[in-house]
Design a protein around this ligand. Structure first.
Ligand code: LLP
Length: 425
């Protein structure tokens, strides 16, 4: 994170707090989140999209404190389940600034959304439209957005590519399913159409992909207007803004993307003669990824394996499944002392019972790295705590926020009692 600060003795501070002190106080593995860094990125998106809406995608990282930070910084919140909505509600996040969007929302999700006055629900299937129409007849008139697959390839990892036909998300623009979905929503007296939505994928680094999606979505707005007399007022272009996990990796600048999108949308609207819609974006990773650091303790070191040092730590794929799932790459550094003997090629592996449990490939670590040492992996704020599991019945790590020299526990470490609490057979 921006506030990371190395000390001469080999320690590193984040948010004005030494990582060694945090490891001492809270144990390892440990997720550290830099609150000022999160807030700064919220503000950067807010000012980039000052004439639109920024909805933080809670799936990247959500706890009550995070929801409060987003609320205080003027963001909306995108939740994808009744569970995320419950956390948002517990934090007092305003219902009207909440969007619910999931690929296959269960009746429980939909009831929770309606019951809690969620501002907009993004629909992703005809069944969902029918279900919502039935539920809506019982009370409030929900405002919907239609999730569209615009046929744009964001050129990212296949597991997080969502803008092309042939994957599970959205109504295809090319096949006419999107216009049919709009027809069905407008055909239901109990439903309102608030806007159109697309999300072309995650960890996208090419702004041109967003522009292309925006142009196609404006084309759809025009088709809706031609057929129904009016186009909905909102265009949600989703999230997916790529971040640099390692020095030199590409990263999208929110202000630059906002400017390009604004221009592309205005031009397309002029061409199609439709009113300019209000833009929404849904960044998750770009808000929190860089703010997170995970601290591990070295458990063992094997020399001369895998072409160098094989360093095993006390966490692994249960707190970071991303290398295994997406081939994600990270950096790592020793903290708390200065290493000796020069740098060596190293692979950092986890404690889990799989050969694929690798956290960092192609790392460089001091030759004398040894059990008890602390290692820090930066850029772990998005989809780490959120995707953590109990594989091997490992207890999930705590999340600690740091700010201006102080640390605050946000989510405590799981206990063996937690693990046994659900085992009722
Ligand atoms: N909006 C929608 C509709 C989404 O599906 C997503 C992410 C976002 C916004 C936020 O995307 P972001 O800005 O965070 O890239 N577990 C994967 C990422 C899955 C993303 C799912 N949808 C990973 O760790 O890379």
């Amino acid at each position: 994170p921006a506030t990371a600060h190395p000390h001469a003795d080999g320690d590193v501070s984040v948010g004005g707090v030494r990582l060694t002190a945090l490891a001492e106080r809270f144990g390892t593995p440990l997720h550290v989140v830099d609150e000022d860094d999160v807030r700064r990125r919220c503000r950067a998106f807010r000012s980039a999209f000052h004439d639109g809406e920024v909805a933080y995608a809670g799936k990247a990282f959500l706890c009550r404190a995070m929801a409060r930070w987003a609320a205080e910084e003027g963001l909306s919140l995108d939740v994808c389940s009744a569970g995320e909505l419950a956390v948002a509600r517990a934090a007092g996040f305003p219902g009207e600034r909440t969007l619910m969007h999931g690929n296959a929302k269960t009746p429980e999700d939909l009831r929770a959304a309606l019951g809690h006055g969620v501002g907009r629900i993004v629909v992703d299937s005809f069944h969902e439209i029918t279900r919502l129409a039935a539920l809506a007849s019982e009370g409030a008139r929900p405002r919907l957005m239609v999730r569209v697959t615009p046929g744009v390839d964001g050129r990212t990892h296949a597991a997080v590519t969502t803008g092309t036909d042939g994957q599970k998300f959205g109504f295809s623009l090319a096949s006419g399913a999107a216009t049919e979905a709009v027809r069905r929503v407008l055909g239901q007296r109990g439903l309102a159409l608030a806007g159109l939505h697309c999300h072309i994928g995650s960890q996208i680094t090419d702004p041109a992909a967003y522009e292309e999606a925006a142009r196609r979505m404006v084309g759809l707005l025009a088709a809706v207007r031609a057929e129904h007399g009016a186009a909905p007022p909102q265009l949600d272009l989703g999230g997916g803004f790529g971040v640099a996990y390692r020095p030199g990796d590409p990263e999208l600048d929110p202000a630059a993307v906002a400017e390009r999108l604004r221009r592309a949308v205005r031009a397309a609207c002029a061409e199609h003669r439709v009113p300019v819609p209000r833009l929404t974006v849904e960044p998750g990773r770009a808000i929190v990824a860089r703010a997170g650091t995970t601290v591990y303790r070295v458990v063992s070191v094997k020399h001369g394996v895998a072409g160098g040092l094989l360093v095993a730590v006390d966490g692994g794929m249960s707190d970071n499944p991303r290398p295994g799932l997406y081939g994600a790459r990270y950096t790592v550094r020793l903290v708390g002392r200065r290493g000796a003997g020069g740098d060596r090629a190293a692979t950092v592996v986890g404690r889990h019972c799989e050969a694929g449990d690798v956290l960092v490939r192609d790392a460089r670590l001091p030759a004398d790295v040894r059990p008890g040492d602390l290692l820090a992996v930066p850029c772990t704020g998005a989809y780490h705590h959120a995707m953590a599991s109990n594989y091997n019945l490992v207890r999930r790590p705590p999340v600690v926020a740091v700010r201006r020299g102080r640390a605050r526990l946000l989510v405590r470490r799981e206990t063996v009692h937690d693990l046994l609490a659900r085992d009722v057979g």
